[in-house]
Design a protein around this ligand. Sequence first.
Ligand code: PEP
Length: 249
Amino acid sequence: MRKPLMAGNWKMYKTAPETRAFFQTFALLVTQSGHCEIVICPTFPNLAAAAEATQGTRIEIGAQDMYWAKEGAFTGEVSGPMLLAVGAKWVLVGHSERRQYFGETNQTVLKRTVAALEYGLKPIVCVGEKLEERESGRTEALLAEQFREGIAQLSSEQFAKIVIAYEPVWAIGTGRTATPEIAADAHRFLRSLVASDYGQDAAAAVRILYGGSVKPDNVKILMAQPDIDGVLVGGASLDPAGFACIVNF
Ligand code: PEP
């Protein structure tokens, strides 16, 4: 009932020619991938090239961040309408690298998510604990806080349009994937938070992606967990053949 969503976050990698070359190969490898939705999130300057290269395919394009205002004196920022205008349909919100290096907070995650929805973009809202939080037994408290402050302020109508990504910070770019059990526990916990705030139907409907060192050789076991509805992939989404293997898990 929940269609898998396989998303790639290219972080600060690839030029426009490299973006076009990726899609030339990748698009051919996922023509039979009707079992899932596919989203790739390149850097801002390459969104237009990516949107053009994926026209007529099932691959959709997302941005890695956005600002909440429509326009204005916000040097360096990019708004929802600007993303839509270059062909983006999705946007990542609250990625841990945005939280860690660029001052993203639960409060600004909420503002970006609300703005994304207002402009018709589909937000993938990222949550996840740091290593010290996991090791001190505070994973659930932290996830509950990120959920309560950054997500649970949305109305039911707004919530129905978002995707959640659980990305334990200690597993991102480290080669250290959460075990399927750890990931499954966190996903189950997040779904229980959704159930208590938005009801059982919303909990059954929301897609929760796992992210953190997903690779072709571990995607299958992760996707076998009932509460994992897709993946958000960084490093391994840069290679067309590798990411196609992940998409076609
Ligand atoms: C990410 O950037 O969201 C991510 C999960 O990265 P990686 O797959 O490289 O760990």
